[in-house]
Design a protein around this ligand. Sequence first.
Ligand SMILES: [Zn+2]
Length: 289
Amino acid sequence: MPELPEVETICRYLNTVLPGKTIQKTVLLLPRQLRHPDPASFTALTEGKTIDGCSRRGKYIRLGLSDGTELILHLRMTGSLYYTPEPQDDRYARLYFELDDGGRLMFSDLRTFGTIAAIVPGETYSVSGMETLGPEPLENDFTSAYLFGKLKRSKAPVKSFLLNQQNVAGLGNIYVDEALFLAGIHPLRHGVDLTKLDAEHLVGAIRQVLEAGIRDGGTTFRNYRNGEGGFGEHQEHLAVYHRNGEPCRRCGTVIEKIKVGGRGTHFCPHCQPLPEHDPATDDMTDHNN
Ligand SMILES: [Zn+2]
């Protein structure tokens, strides 16, 4: 699933090619992925409009049109949004815009969990999950004081806490595992048991892994494609994610994989120890899943 660095990579590229281009034709191939408004209104709202630019909030992509209308896309599991200078076959295309330069902006989605909405200025419609997003982790309001305050009230494993978009926006399974490794924090430790210093380390680690992911153009395991339809490179540089059974790059201990809140979770048992008598130890029963 594309996370913050992947969505950021897509937006940065689209901002180099889309601004100033006009949508000549809107082709909605799978209307059920459109959340708002109805297909006919969506077409009327987009055709003939010029694209201003692309921005990101959490894992949501916002495409601004010249009249203030915003298109909001969420790629979910397997969605991609890319520009192609000439028409090309894509069997998973669900929506595309024909642009006045002969190119197309394509929304492609194998498993069709992605969502699309168009919102006109002043409209009260809000995209599900967007209003309650926590702070952007690369912005200044994501501080260790903020994080510590939230952690203190959380009895969930820190892995689940960080996946909750209401606590911090844009993190997913890959970058949470990477950040916890870098901060030296075991994924099963409970928020309430973490110290101020842990929160400081975590803020620094989250920023560091996200910035590295953006620098490498995102992480591709299966479906993620950047704004040009190409692959990311960050999978070559991961410390723990998808490396279970392999030696830790820092200490040589074998990386383990467990399930936390139903999600595959990778960590180094030596670099991310569980403190003795930590109540999180009780959760280790589903160790082999
Ligand atoms: Zn290690």
